[in-house]
Design a protein around this ligand. Structure first.
Ligand SMILES: NC(=O)c1ccc[n+]([C@@H]2O[C@H](COP(=O)([O-])OP(=O)(O)OC[C@H]3O[C@@H](n4cnc5c(N)ncnc54)[C@H](OP(=O)(O)O)[C@@H]3O)[C@@H](O)[C@H]2O)c1
Length: 321
């Protein structure tokens, strides 16, 4: 797989490092809006090809797939353009907050015979698989409550995360992980209420409460004006599972707390989430793997993000999914 980078975003560093460990996949070109930046970036990272425009990358017939790391509002437009050009697409989260747009992108991908994968890398980490395994084994009994938090203090005013026109805001940025987490561990939600604090027209802090179809409740909080927090708690009838670094997964490990208060630490052998994500992407392209995050999952994720945003806009009014 010849992979092209569509932008010179900071997150590319994780993909460049991870790609070195993926057999049969190599990063062969990069595109930036500015040719000088693309050329300098290619030289700095040892990438053979560069383009001063994303369309030119998509027109390169030697490129099989693209990694899209532009600001959020541009994810669907550039994914659609790449799919139209016959490229497989790994697009950073959130693919969109519009479920219909995501469904349309998958329909186009199917008609073009290409793969579309949303880059929610935490799903590929072994800690996530271990949590799912512990729950499936009945370690904590029936799941009744899930709490997901992700926040950080955003520095400066120049970040696209503060621009409403580029789909900035805490929900799209870090809240995407929390939404993905409560869906994974509590099942699909049926209603949500959310409150947000806004700055510059974007949510800098947001809390949501959800009712899930299977009977569980969940709670999401995310923020860009708070200290670093990244925890996930799954509360069952017979115990609690907690991960303190649930999303970036730099320090993995799970606390299991029994109803009597006894606590056990469950060690997890870590791995590179981005390499595992790229391996899944390359495996699906080669027809030897199923996507860990499929079309239905990605559409449901966008639907939830859209409903959380709609509830926050209405001051916390309950929104049904
Ligand atoms: N999975 C993860 O762990 C993770 C972590 C961080 C971010 N992300 C996601 O990755 C994406 C990029 O985030 P980032 O923080 O790495 O971004 P960033 O460093 O701010 O870079 C964004 C890139 O988008 C391009 N761009 C195109 N149109 C733009 C516009 N109108 N305004 C600003 N930039 C524009 C720019 O590339 P050129 O100038 O080179 O064209 C720029 O390098 C986001 O969607 C974010 O949600 C994921």
């Amino acid at each position: 797989v010849n992979l092209g980078l569509l932008s010179t975003a900071r997150i590319n560093d994780a993909i460049l490092a991870a790609a070195e460990g993926v057999e049969g996949l190599q990063i062969t070109a990069v595109a930036a809006r500015d040719v000088a930046r693309a050329k300098a970036y290619a030289a700095e990272h040892g990438i053979g090809g560069w383009y001063g425009g994303y369309d030119d990358l998509l027109a390169d017939s030697s490129i099989d797939a693209v990694y899209i790391s532009v600001p959020n509002a541009l994810h669907i437009p550039w994914s659609m353009a790449a799919i139209e050009a016959g490229k497989h697409v790994l697009c950073e989260k959130p693919l969109s907050r519009d479920a219909a747009a995501v469904a349309e992108a998958f329909e186009l991908a199917t008609s073009k015979g290409v793969v579309l994968l949303e880059g929610l890398m935490w799903r590929h980490n072994p800690q996530t698989a271990r949590l799912l395994g512990l729950i499936a084994e009945g370690t904590i009994g029936e799941t009744r409550l899930v709490r997901a938090s992700f926040s950080f203090p955003l520095q400066g005013n120049a970040d696209f995360r503060l621009d409403p026109a580029l789909d900035g805001g805490a929900l799209s940025d870090v809240g995407s992980y929390c939404a993905s987490g409560v869906r994974l561990f509590a099942g699909e939600p049926e209603s949500v209420s959310a409150l947000a604090v806004e700055r510059n027209g974007v949510d800098v802090r947001l809390v949501a409460v959800l009712r899930h179809a299977g009977g569980a409740l969940s709670q999401i909080d995310c923020g860009m004006d708070l200290p670093d927090r990244a925890s996930l708690e799954v509360v069952g009838a017979d115990g609690i599972l907690r991960a303190e670094d649930a999303w970036d997964c730099a320090r993995v490990g799970i606390d299991l707390v029994r109803p009597d208060g006894e606590a056990v630490f469950i060690a997890v052998e870590n791995d590179d989430s981005f390499r595992l994500e790229l391996e899944n992407f390359a495996g699906v392209i080669a027809g030897r793997a199923e996507p860990l995050i499929n079309a239905a999952d990605t559409i449901a994720q966008a639907r939830l993000l859209g409903c959380i945003a709609a509830s926050a806009e209405r001051g916390g009014a309950a929104v049904s999914l």
